[in-house]
Design a protein around this ligand. Structure first.
Ligand code: NAD
Length: 455
């Protein structure tokens, strides 16, 4: 008998829907169906597989407003963000729909014959998704995996299964066979664990916490299973004295408080050159107080609630009565898991506010002296996912970009995710890359075939 999970609207605390949790036996049955569906799916002519992915993209596009509203209700994302997220799934499907017809191998010169390579699908791919970006992170896994001829089983986070379930319906409407792309809502310790343990799953794509990521990697190691990991971050936004300070201060809140700070790319440490530190804080205060926090379904809202009561408690635990809070923005009263944008000024680099991924709307501002000092502080973390550099000196922008140990850096902006470009982490922020022109390779094995021409 399956148990169920009540999905809660984080802005109202009302139950939205009860979702059946997939059991271990049901997961194994789904994996078996995905294995059985593989030969036919990989045999679909490249142009037809491309067409099916484009139809899937078009179905997502036609359903964009519905998907976005569903995410507002399930995850408390602002409607503007949620539209972007659904649009990202559409765009990523379109982008990788070009791949089936371009899965090129190589003809390599060798004596005595002809040598060719093939990009073969891996088999069944298991995608494990966190609750913070349910739609995009699902798409970054399933779109290139399907394009390369794999079948996919996908587990959304317990808290946020609704858009993934809808995406599975849209895939079917578009003509993608049911067993080629299956969404299995359930527990990490049950469904996710089966993806890791089951010999029929050939690769696990995991996005989530570094802690769970390490367990997944260890489990996959026991079976030499392919794995991609996208994990946590404690990213630095480095502001030099020669930067456009007004712009750096006006945009800094959005670099960290977007999605209520529940973003692995959140710039949750702002490092400011000491000579402009006070000036920067003066400019930052009105920008933070100006962040519009409230009903995520309202067009003007810039920040919604946290995902759950439990997560609110975790974020709040970082703030004690003696925490050096510089200033805070606003948050609604009443039901919902609200936490105001908060700026703290930790005294020590060892303070958990500086070292730990809070995953909420809390940012630490710290001074630095020299360029070398800025790079050293930025790198003084186990993570290495993203970061920003604000300066008007092009040479410095490049030197610091090369010096910061992180996978995704952005100069005079806070961009991390663009589907055309590779995304992923250094150090304990992850392993492998998603998105960009090379992502499909991570869903194929190279097979080498030599054909003798000798008589
Ligand atoms: P989490 O690690 O608790 O869970 C992530 C997913 O893994 C969920 O679907 C969960 O059910 C599943 N899971 C949990 N235990 C499992 C197990 N033992 N075996 C298999 N699956 C298991 O993370 P979360 O709280 O949902 O998400 C927040 C974290 O995700 C943050 O640390 C954040 O930085 C990270 N994140 C990283 C990226 C990135 O691209 N680097 C993007 C988004 C979120």
């Amino acid at each position: 008998m399956s148990s169920t999970f009540d999905v809660i609207n984080p802005a109202t605390e009302e139950v939205v829907r009860s979702v059946a949790l997939t059991s271990a036996e049901e997961t194994d049955a789904a994996i078996a169906r995905a294995q059985a569906a593989l030969p036919a799916w990989r045999a679909v002519a490249p142009g037809d597989r491309a067409r099916l992915l484009r139809r899937f993209a078009d179905a997502v596009d036609a359903d964009l407003e519905n998907l976005a509203r569903l995410e507002v209700t399930n995850s408390g994302h602002t409607i503007g963000n949620a539209r972007w997220e659904a649009g990202n799934v559409r765009d990523v499907l379109h982008y990788y729909s070009a791949a089936p017809e371009r899965l090129l191998g190589k003809q390599i010169p060798v004596p005595g014959g002809v040598n060719v390579t093939f990009a073969e699908p891996l088999g069944v791919v298991g995608v494990i998704v966190p609750w913070n970006f349910p739609m995009p992170i699902a798409g970054w896994g399933f779109a290139p995996a399907l394009a390369a001829g794999n079948t996919v089983v996908l587990k959304p986070a317990e808290l946020t299964p609704l858009t993934a379930l809808r995406l599975a319906e849209l895939a079917r409407e578009a003509g993608i066979p049911e067993d080629v792309f299956q969404v299995l809502p359930g527990k990490g310790s049950v469904v996710g664990q089966r993806f890791v343990e089951h010999a029929g799953v050939r690769k696990v794509v995991f996005t989530g916490s570094t802690e769970v990521g390490k367990q997944i990697m260890a489990g996959c190691a026991a079976r030499v299973k392919r794995v991609t990991l996208e994990l946590g971050g404690k990213n630095a936004n480095i502001v030099f004295a020669d930067a456009d300070l007004a712009k750096a201060a006006a945009t800094a809140p959005y670099g960290v408080f977007d999605n209520a700070g529940q973003d692995c790319c959140a710039r949750s440490r702002i490092l400011v050159q000491a000579s402009v530190y006070e000036k920067f804080l003066e400019l930052l205060e009105p920008a933070v107080k100006g962040v519009v926090v409230g009903d995520p379904g309202a067009e003007a809202t810039e920040m919604g609630p946290l995902i759950s009561a439990q997560h609110l408690e975790k974020v709040a635990s970082y703030l004690a009565p003696d925490t050096p809070v510089a200033f805070r923005g606003s948050a609604p009263e009443g039901p919902g898991f609200w936490f105001p944008p908060t700026v703290v000024l930790p005294k020590s680099p060892a303070d958990p506010l500086v070292t730990e991924e809070i995953f909420g709307p809390v940012v630490a501002v710290q001074p630095f002296e020299t360029e070398a000092d800025a790079i050293a502080q930025a790198n003084d973390t186990e993570y290495g996912l993203s970061g920003s550099i604000w300066t008007s000196d092009v040479g410095r922008a490049l030197r610091v970009s090369r010096g910061v140990e992180a996978g995704n850096l952005s100069v005079n902006s806070h961009s991390s995710v663009r589907y055309w470009t590779p995304f992923g982490g250094f150090k304990q922020s992850g392993l492998g890359r998603e998105l960009g022109p090379d992502a499909v390779e991570a869903f194929t094995e190279t097979k080498n075939v030599f054909i003798s021409t000798e008589e």
